[in-house]
Design a binder for this molecule. Structure first.
Ligand SMILES: Nc1nc2c(ncn2[C@@H]2O[C@H](COP(=O)(O)OP(=O)(O)OP(=O)(O)O)[C@@H](O)[C@H]2O)c(=O)[nH]1
Ligand SMILES: [Mg+2]
Length: 483
């Protein structure tokens, strides 16, 4: 059996040499961890990777098995020190280097999902010479052994922590198609092709002519623009990574918390008829057509002498700054006040809608009073948090705002994390600087190679070629143990 496709040879992207100054973290050791989340579950998995993995499995398995890679075996785990003590009935999965997730010999013990039992099995693995894995260490080994590049390792983490289908799809797109790495590798090749004649003309001035400066400058500008476009395309997909934040604003008692609860379909926030009930910012997420939406309930805005309320309102404004969209809630039975219009004029967000709540209190056909001043500028949604009427219009409005961000979740789509974004921004800057130097005929040509080499180094950094321990730590420390 070829388990989970790990046995496909020829997929390796080449093993990685750690950069100078990077201490090798002992790839010779055998690591073990519980790979499944804590708590009672159907199955609990203990994963062991390294040269001792098979030996450990043979010691812990209650019957002797031939250990053929890609097979799984049914049996019992026992304590080799007291073989009659049976720990759990399990399936044992066997992988042979390099055809495993980590690229090393790996065994997986699939037992019952009990914290106690998983801990016992793990302790037995440690007693047999494994060491406890650090966070992300299995994926780190997959990277160090050349099974995946650094962006794929980051996608593994994105996938494990995905909170929406959009986020999961973007992670699998890069994991499977290496969409980001592939494009950057192509750029790398193009830049090396530009650099070669420059270096040749510097090294052999008598034999090789200088490349045409204007043409070189133009080509470098094009590449810089290409990186800018990549950043812009990826920016649109940030919503999939970070989710879409919608803040509820309005005067006290408008029904923000009631609406918050109604939209979430759970009794999350306290609702009372006392103005100034909500003091703090409350957030809760839900899935809207595959995208994670975070709803933010806030303290009502009004002139107040209460110190607590004033602090709460300060948080309201901060929540507004972090939000992608705002729903301004008013009590439709009372209409808009001067305070409302003053606050509305402060909302500079692209996506703002006016929510006329408590519409159940209005005679069904009467329009909300005195809206005209704002309604021709803002979409108005008539709802009742109490009866649920109009809620679907709010979901639709949020969906429309998300669509307008240009979110694209196709096979080749790219989303960037902060590290990758930072590297790409620097890459674009280096290319711009190379282009402008190339364009000035008074500048010596070797001044172009400096930023160009820096640009190549940024690509190396994103892909994890020549990684430093610091870069690896920053990437893998965010993982959970067992992944
Ligand atoms: N009839 C009716 N009453 C509502 C509706 N929504 C909220 N209310 C009532 O309005 C009062 C205030 O509701 P809240 O949700 O606490 O208002 P809020 O905007 O969160 O108020 P603060 O937290 O003080 O800023 C409560 O008594 C709710 O039961 C609605 O759609 N119809
Ligand atoms: Mg409230």
């Amino acid at each position: 059996v070829d388990l989970a496709g790990y046995g496909v040879p020829g997929q390796a992207v080449g093993s990685v040499q750690l950069n100078e100054g990077a201490s090798s973290d002992g790839l010779d050791s055998t690591i073990a961890a519980i790979a499944t989340a804590p708590g009672a579950a159907g199955v609990g998995v203990i994963r062991v990777s390294g040269s001792k993995a098979w030996q450990i499995a043979q010691r812990l398995f209650s019957k002797s098995v031939a250990m053929v890679p890609g097979r799984f075996y049914h049996g019992w785990i026992h304590d080799p020190e007291s073989p009659e003590t049976l720990i759990d009935e399990v399936l044992l999965l066997v992988f042979k280097a390099p055809h495993s997730f980590t690229g090393e010999d790996v065994i997986e013990i699939h037992g019952h999902g009990s914290d106690v039992v998983c801990q016992q099995v793990l302790q037995l693995c440690l007693a047999q010479g494994a060491r406890h894995a650090e966070p992300g260490e299995f994926t780190k080994r997959a990277f160090l052994n050349g099974k995946i590049d650094l962006t794929q390792a980051e996608s593994v983490m994105d996938l494990v922590s995905a909170q929406s289908t959009a986020q999961a799809r973007l992670a699998t797109a890069n994991l499977k198609n290496r969409s980001l790495s592939q494009q950057l590798q192509e750029l790398y090749t193009r830049l090396v092709t530009l650099q070669a004649p420059i270096v040749a003309s510097i090294d052999f001035p008598d034999e090789v002519d200088e490349p045409d400066r204007n043409q070189l400058a133009q080509q470098l500008r094009t590449e810089s623009q290409w990186v800018g476009d990549l950043l812009a395309r990826a920016q649109k997909n940030q919503v999939a990574r970070q989710g879409y934040r919608v803040v509820l604003l309005g005067r006290p008692n408008a029904g923000k918390s009631a609406l918050f609860n109604a939209l979430l379909a759970q009794d999350r926030a306290i609702v009372t008829d006392i103005p100034g009930t909500t003091r703090d910012v409350l957030t809760e997420g839900f899935d809207l057509d595959g995208v994670r939406v975070t709803l933010v309930d806030t303290a009502g805005i009004r002139d107040s002498d209460s110190h607590i309320e004033v602090l709460g309102m300060a948080r309201t404004w901060m929540a507004l700054d972090e939000a992608n969209a705002a729903l301004y809630v008013v009590d439709a039975s009372q209409g808009l006040t001067a305070e409302d219009t003053a606050v509305l004029s402060r909302l500079t967000q692209q996506s703002v809608a006016l929510v006329a709540n408590k519409s159940d209190l209005l005679a069904s056909d009467s329009p909300p009073p005195a809206w005209a001043s704002v309604t021709n500028q803002l979409p108005v949604v008539r709802v009742s948090a109490q009866t649920g009427q109009g809620l679907s219009a709010i979901y639709q409005w949020i969906q429309l705002q998300i669509q307008q961000t240009g979110l694209e979740v196709s096979q080749g789509a790219i989303a960037l994390n902060a590290r990758q974004q930072d590297c790409l921004q620097q890459l674009a800057r280096h290319l711009q600087s190379a282009a402008s130097t190339a364009g000035q005929s008074t500048m010596p040509l070797d001044m172009v190679t400096v930023p160009l080499t820096d640009a190549l180094r940024q690509i190396d950094q994103i892909l994890g070629n020549d990684p430093t321990e610091a870069v690896l730590d920053s990437v893998f420390a965010q993982f959970c143990v067992g992944k």
